[in-house]
Design a protein around this ligand. Structure first.
Ligand code: SF4
Ligand code: SF4
Length: 434
């Protein structure tokens, strides 16, 4: 049957969202990626045996469009480089720091007075966010300062607390546990951008979050910040969908929100902005969900960035059915990257690890049911793109606009023949860029 898929089963999310995050900052070793997808080169400012402070800049990543400081997330000793799996699914060099558990903060971390904060200009905000390596913490890793560099007038900030993928409740916990940090981060952003309105967007079904923010927003009367309840479907958290539902504005394909006077960022990023502005502090901790049918007790955590996933497994009661082969996904099940083992590291943008018992699905031939086409939020024709990839028809691939794909995974999820359609679209994107 032809079906449009938007409602993905996430019935257990409400329960997971009610589990307070366990604080775990006891990793013996912390690991910081030398490079990432946006900055493929890096240089180190330290040598083996050096002592480092928490939040100290210990290196610099270099990318084609920007550089990004690498901050230590604990105090301790630099041991050397070690390879582990990165969020991008690749084995990557990580800087290994042995934690001395002293939490000695770098002198660069300094609290700003309310007067200093009130006088911060947009240019100063850009520099603060650049120095603190603030990035989109919902998973995009897009540098936050670039959004603030816009020369367009901004009339609305949208804060994305929608967290629409199944299994993940990291932002849910952050919103419940740190509402004032969220509010202050938004306030600072509004001040720097001279913006009078902001909306905190959440799914309408999250009554607990709504109740907290209705109360907290009352304490910020006259701030221009309001709560915005949006749809309970996937991919409601996609920027284009969120903007459409929260403001009624439909972005054109590829159009930047700033063109319409809008800046949007994730709710974790709002807290990152708060820390950067208030304390001149980079993101050294984050909320993360460990979930899936392959783990005994799924949990939410707040951990130091750089913590190995392996350290969290025993705290979740270990693997369920350890004799069964597992599938490890960093990020959500729809858009995350699968890694071959649990030898992976929590970087700034890792929202979750999903551990599932591996099930082999046998792909059937395409039956031309059209479900993938109906379900695609970017209005593409995934089945046609797949066929063009199979025949390596580059002109046809380009004509089908695969670069508009947001890799939401719905074409695979909705496929009646269990074909990994999204993998074909990823290939098509690579071919279209050649
Ligand atoms: S992954 Fe891409 S092609 Fe597939 S449904 Fe999502 S946006 Fe459409
Ligand atoms: S790829 Fe799957 S969902 Fe798309 S038309 Fe073929 S069988 Fe249907």
């Amino acid at each position: 049957m032809i079906a449009k898929t938007t409602h993905i089963s996430d019935s257990k999310k409400t329960l997971m969202g009610s589990l307070p995050a366990i604080r775990f900052t006891n990793a013996k070793y912390l690991f910081l990626a030398m490079a990432n997808a946006r900055c493929p080169k890096a240089e180190l400012y330290i040598k083996e045996g050096d002592h480092v402070n928490s939040c100290q800049v210990i290196g610099m990543r270099h990318g084609p469009f920007f550089d990004q400081p690498i901050h230590a997330t604990c105090s301790g000793t630099y041991v050397g480089l070690e390879k582990h799996y990165h969020r991008n699914g690749k084995l990557t060099d990580f800087i290994k720091i042995e934690n001395d558990f002293q939490n000695t903060l770098d002198p660069s971390v300094k609290e700003r007075t309310p007067e200093e904060i009130a006088s911060i200009t947009k240019e100063q905000m850009v520099q603060i966010l650049k120095d603190c390596a603030s990035v989109g913490l919902g998973g995009s890793s897009f540098p936050t300062y670039v959004k603030f560099q816009t020369d367009k007038p901004i009339s609305m900030i949208l804060v994305n607390g929608i967290e629409c993928e199944p299994f993940i409740t990291a932002d849910h916990r952050l919103m419940l546990e740190f509402p004032y940090r969220v509010m202050e981060g938004i306030k600072y952003a509004m001040h720097a951008l001279n913006c009078k309105h902001a909306k905190i967007c959440i799914k309408s079904k999250y009554k607990d979050i709504a109740a907290v923010y209705r109360q907290v927003i009352k304490e910020y009367e006259g701030s221009g910040i309001e709560l915005c309840l949006v749809g309970n479907y996937y991919p409601q958290g996609w920027e284009v969908e969120m903007i459409r539902n929260a403001t009624g504005i439909q972005l054109n394909p590829g159009e930047l929100p700033a063109n319409r006077g809008i800046i949007d960022f994730n709710v974790s990023t709002a807290v990152g902005i708060y820390k950067a502005v208030r304390y001149n502090m980079p993101v050294i901790k984050r909320f993360i969900t460990v979930n899936g049918n392959g783990i005994n007790f799924p949990k939410n955590f707040r951990v130091l960035v750089g913590t190995p996933i392996k350290d969290l497994i025993p705290l979740c009661g270990g693997y369920k059915n350890p004799e069964k082969e597992k599938l490890f996904i960093l990020g959500g099940p729809m858009m995350g990257a699968s890694v071959p083992s649990d030898d992976c590291i929590i970087t700034k943008t890792v929202t979750s690890i999903i551990i599932m018992d591996k099930t082999e699905y046998k792909e059937e031939p395409c039956v031309r049911c059209g479900s993938c086409v109906l379900s695609c939020p970017a209005h593409l024709e995934p089945v046609q793109i797949m066929n063009a990839v199979k025949t390596l028809d580059k002109e046809r691939i380009k004509a089908l606009n695969p670069l508009k794909c947001v890799e939401c995974g719905l074409c695979t999820y909705s496929c009646t023949s269990k074909i990994q359609v999204t993998d074909y679209i990823r290939k098509a994107k690579m071919i279209a860029k050649l």
